[in-house]
Design a protein. Structure first.
Length: 191
């Protein structure tokens, strides 16, 4: 009988910046089991200022205390071991739902990084992007007050939907998060 597992991002369940088949699995499951997992992203300098309206999840502190940036920027939850899977097998992974847990994201430009590094030279820029979790909208332009930016996003979203948008609306507002309760299936082929 299939089981459901929870795997939360934390100091004992993440690794930072690399994939390695030698990593010890943090969870073992059987084929057909389901897993709800949580993730975090970003190094300390990318976090919002403490005490503001953009909330920092508590697991960041414990992860930063025990892990450091290694080969890449991504903090990854896992790995998960699937009983009976062997190298070369094709694994089917169905993502049933994605939910945002924090009310912000970030955008980063780093020197010599990304898909068009030659266009930005020595530019280093990081911004936090407020997210209205209930409306599932991110507002990537700079702002002073989260509440006013959310209402501006709502009006921009309505104008975009009604095809009466102006350039600022098109540049600064958009539905960037998946609709709640939407299912999609993906096939992952492991080499």
């Amino acid at each position: 009988m299939a089981k459901h597992h929870e795997l939360n991002a934390g100091a004992d369940t993440v690794h930072w910046g690399y994939f390695d088949a030698a990593l010890k699995p943090v969870l073992k499951i059987d084929s057909g089991d389901t897993v709800t997992l949580t993730t975090i992203s970003g190094s300390p300098e990318l976090l919002p200022m403490p005490g503001g309206e953009l909330k920092i999840l508590p697991e960041y502190a414990e992860v930063y205390a025990r892990h450091t940036y290694r080969l890449g920027p991504h903090i990854m939850t896992g790995p998960i071991y699937i009983e009976g899977a062997e190298p070369g097998d094709t694994l089917e992974v169905r993502i049933k739902n994605i939910q945002v847990r924090q009310n912000w994201g970030y955008n980063l430009i780093r020197p010599l990084s990304g898909t068009i590094p030659e266009d930005f030279g020595q530019t280093w820029r990081a911004i936090q992007i407020p997210i209205d979790i209930n409306a599932q909208i991110a507002y990537p332009c700079r702002f002073r007050n989260l509440d006013s930016s959310i209402s501006m996003v709502q009006s921009a979203k309505d104008r975009i939907r009604n095809n009466v948008s102006d350039p600022l609306d098109r540049a600064c507002a958009g539905r960037v998060l998946p609709k709640r309760n939407v299912s999609s299936d993906f096939i992952i082929v492991c080499a």
